[in-house]
Design a protein around this ligand. Structure first.
Ligand SMILES: C[S@@+](CC[C@H](N)C(=O)[O-])C[C@H]1O[C@@H](n2cnc3c(N)ncnc32)[C@H](O)[C@@H]1O
Length: 273
């Protein structure tokens, strides 16, 4: 069965929700130590160079990436989030664009092309390939591509509706607060979980599953360190580095990644011959 149209519709509905706007406009800097480490790894060679930021949402990464270079371009396909980003960060080059087709952007131009906070997981696996090919095209030879992706070996993959139940504590106030929070999110989350779990699929190196974000309102691709490295190599990228979201450590080949909800990948486009 082709789940493609529904996959896209489900996630677009989530990006247009009030919950997404609230989440993306919360005062935040780095999502996790791995993101900070991945950008730090790229910083010196991308300093003052052209940067492309894909899936900017309400603009969390704009000030972070502009610290690396003022030659910054951001894109997102969700008009409401882009409007918010424009209002928060005037004088920033922002375009409404789908990452699957960035033909309006020049080839071989950007020193760093980033798609942060697992945005690339929010399209089907076939479309993920289109996006990675587009990221390859717009990046200059020798330049870097950075993105994060949910880890199928990590704790997030085991999330389900029971994960929302209040964790027990002997502190009655805290337990009461947790119970109230569960009661608030449970109805919509259960409804969405049941609706979206019919799209769950397991494949050789990746799975499709709903995630608790936006009340189980999104479908995402979970992949593995090995599969992601294989995919990047098959698309022509040189071997790169990966960082764990939990501690920001660089991940070697034989390392367990089962404590990381997601992983940050940095890959390099081969330099011109
Ligand atoms: C998880 S949010 C991250 C937002 C922002 N990068 C941040 O870190 O706060 C994913 C963002 O990617 C955007 N997005 C998802 N798929 C996209 C696509 N195919 N093309 C462009 N933007 C996309 C969504 O609209 C959403 O704003």
């Amino acid at each position: 069965m082709n789940v493609q149209p529904s996959f896209d519709q489900i996630n677009r509905r989530a990006w247009n929700s009030r919950d997404a706007l609230r989440e993306f406009t919360r005062d935040k800097t780095w999502t996790d130590p791995g993101e900070e480490a991945a950008f730090a790894w790229c910083e010196s060679e991308c300093h003052d160079q052209p940067l492309l930021d894909i899936g900017i949402g309400a603009g969390r990464t704009i000030p972070l990436m502009k610290q690396i270079s003022s030659d910054y371009t951001g894109i997102d396909y969700t008009a409401s989030l882009l409007d918010e980003a424009r209002a928060r960060f005037p004088d920033t080059t922002l375009h409404q664009m789908d990452a699957r087709d960035m033909s309006a952007l020049p080839s071989s131009h950007y020193a760093l092309t980033a798609f942060s906070w697992n945005g690339i997981d929010c399209v089907s696996y076939e479309d993920r390939v289109l996006i990675l090919k587009e990221m390859f095209r717009v990046t200059r030879p020798g330049g870097l591509v950075l993105f994060s992706s949910h880890n199928r070996d990590g704790p997030g993959f085991r999330e389900n509706i029971w994960t929302l139940m209040p964790r027990f504590t002997f502190n009655p106030l805290r337990y009461g607060w947790r119970t109230l929070r569960t009661m608030r999110v449970l109805p919509l989350s259960s409804y969405n979980y049941v609706r979206h779990s019919r799209f769950h699929r397991n494949h050789e190196g990746y799975s499709i599953k709903t995630a608790s974000a936006h009340y189980f309102g999104i479908l995402i691709v979970y992949t593995t360190l090995i599969e992601q490295r294989r995919q990047l190599a098959s698309l022509g990228f040189m071997p790169g580095v990966a960082f764990s979201c939990s501690d920001g450590h660089c991940i070697g080949d034989a390392v367990q990644t089962d404590d990381a909800w997601w992983l940050h990948f940095v890959a390099r486009k081969p330099p011109a011959a």
